[in-house]
Design a protein around this ligand. Structure first.
Ligand code: TGC
Ligand code: FAD
Length: 389
């Protein structure tokens, strides 16, 4: 197994054998089982569903958890797995983020031991699909304003409200839904497949993350058993704490997309001739390639330091925001510069770059927009809240 060709500062030496093995397993999976599927699936706007259990069998969901049948590798190994998945397509990494860092994580953190036994094995193996429903039509960046309510009625909860932009909501067997309880407190509820009063519709016409299924859904007197409430989730901090794991995976994942863009642009620039010589020999083209190599290297060091901090329990939420914000921005700029170097051919899916570019437009918005992370970091360093309200 070759190491990544862009390792300008010798990151390889800073990894353990276990971390290299986890990365190489993910890379081999992508090369042998995924790459040939991507363009047709992207064109058809459909996810290769058979990969969901396959990724479970490989231990890709919440692999940093040491319990509940998860792989129990380091946060850095988790990041490297996400990097290899997103090198192929952000939609592949998104599946792992939602299933692992959001759904499995929420049940793991806030569920009872009975709930762990009931839902986690199928989610960890990928035999059952999960979704994490926080965002609503009227509440994206401000989930605290949510208008979905769960009212206790005997041995049931009755849910009313709606959610939007939810990955896999229309097919999910296990839906972690965030709603306000009778006291107005944000709580977590598991809505299982075929719950009466639940309906969903996939969002069509996406130009970004086309391989992912993204849905809106409605709860109309949706009845679920009272024991489906996650007993230890109380307040907005419960869903926000799950986002920390997913944002960490994104900070690593987008490096994979950036490396793929850089390597594609570098190879093209060396082979494409204009004015009698390879375009890689022009100073302006080199400037773009150097910018990409420089920023990817900085992003790698940032992501590695972040997961090393997580491994000692020392990472703060604002540090995770900084890594998500910087690395997604970096990756988007790399995709734009690579697209430019490819000239006209860069607008077609004969190369992966335009697909990464379109995907990254979602990644910069979800899990907290670029500007929301600016405000989280701004609040951390100034002590002043600039969110409004
Ligand atoms: P705020 O007052 O700041 O916080 C409310 C309570 O939560 C605590 N808290 C956190 N706890 C754990 N982890 C964090 N990251 C936390 N951030 C805040 C905080 O201490 C407080 O606790 P307490 O005990 O005092 O109640 O709340 P706010 O309403 O001012 O909101 C602030 C803001 C903007 C930071 C937050 O709402 C936010 O992050 N907004 C962005 C929304 C977002 O990221 N949504 C993601 C939806 S899921 C998704 O996009 C999946 S896509 C995945 C994929 O496909 O890969
Ligand atoms: P808004 O919050 O309306 O923001 C619009 C603009 O206003 C942004 O530029 C934002 O930065 C800016 N803005 C908002 N507030 C402020 C402020 N205080 N100061 C300055 N600027 C501000 N959610 C889930 O719960 N589960 C999922 O599985 C999920 N998957 C997704 C998949 C995709 C493909 C996408 C695109 C989104 C997904 N989301 C999911 C939703 C995602 O988390 C939200 O889109 C995101 O939080 C932003 O919310 P919004 O789209 O409503 O934008």
């Amino acid at each position: 197994m070759t190491t990544t060709s862009l390792d300008y500062y010798g990151i390889e030496e800073l990894l353990t054998d276990e971390e290299r093995a986890a990365r190489d397993r993910a890379r081999l999976f992508v090369q042998e089982e995924v790459l040939s599927e991507i363009v047709p699936c992207h064109r058809a706007a459909k996810f290769p569903e058979h990969l969901t259990p396959r990724m479970g069998a490989l231990g890709f969901y919440a692999p940093y958890l040491k319990e509940d049948g998860c792989a129990g590798v380091s946060y850095t190994a988790y990041g490297l797995i996400m990097q290899e998945l997103e090198r192929a397509d952000s939609g592949l990494r998104s599946l792992a983020s939602v299933q692992g860092a959001l759904v499995i994580q929420a049940i793991h953190s806030f569920g009872s031991s009975e709930q762990h036994a009931r839902w986690l094995p199928g989610l960890v193996s990928g035999e059952r699909v999960g979704c994490f429903a926080l965002t609503e039509h009227g509440h994206g960046s401000d989930p605290g304003g949510m208008e979905t309510y769960a009212t206790r009625n005997g041995d049931r909860y009755i849910l009313n409200g709606s959610k939007c932009w939810i990955g896999n909501a229309s097919i999910a067997d296990v839906k972690v839904v965030w709603a306000k309880d009778d006291d107005g407190r944000i709580s977590g509820f598991v809505v299982e497949k075929d719950a009466p009063g639940f309906r969903a519709r996939d969002i069509e016409g996406k130009f970004s993350l086309r391989m992912s299924r993204t849905s809106e859904c409605w709860f109309e007197n949706c009845r679920i058993p009272a024991e489906n409430r996650l007993p230890n989730a109380s307040g907005l901090k419960a869903p926000l704490s799950c986002l920390l794991y997913a944002r960490t995976g994104i900070a690593w994942g987008v490096i994979g997309a950036a490396i793929d863009c850089y390597e594609t642009a570098l190879a093209y620039a060396k082979s494409r001739e204009q004015f009698g010589r390879p375009i890689a020999g022009f100073q302006l083209v080199q400037q773009k390639l150097v910018w990409m190599a420089q920023e990817i290297t900085k992003a790698q060091l940032l992501a590695l330091r972040l997961t090393r901090l997580m491994e000692t329990g020392a990472a703060r939420p604002a540090q995770i925001s900084l890594a998500k914000r910087n690395n997604v921005w970096m990756s988007l700029q790399c995709a734009r510069k690579a697209r430019d170097i490819l000239g006209a051919t860069g607008i077609t899916d004969s190369h992966s770059v335009i697909r990464h570019l379109m995907n990254l437009e979602s990644v910069t918005t979800y899990e907290g927009t670029h500007d929301i992370h600016t405000l989280i970091i701004g609040r951390d360093i100034t002590g002043l809240n600039a969110f409004g309200g």
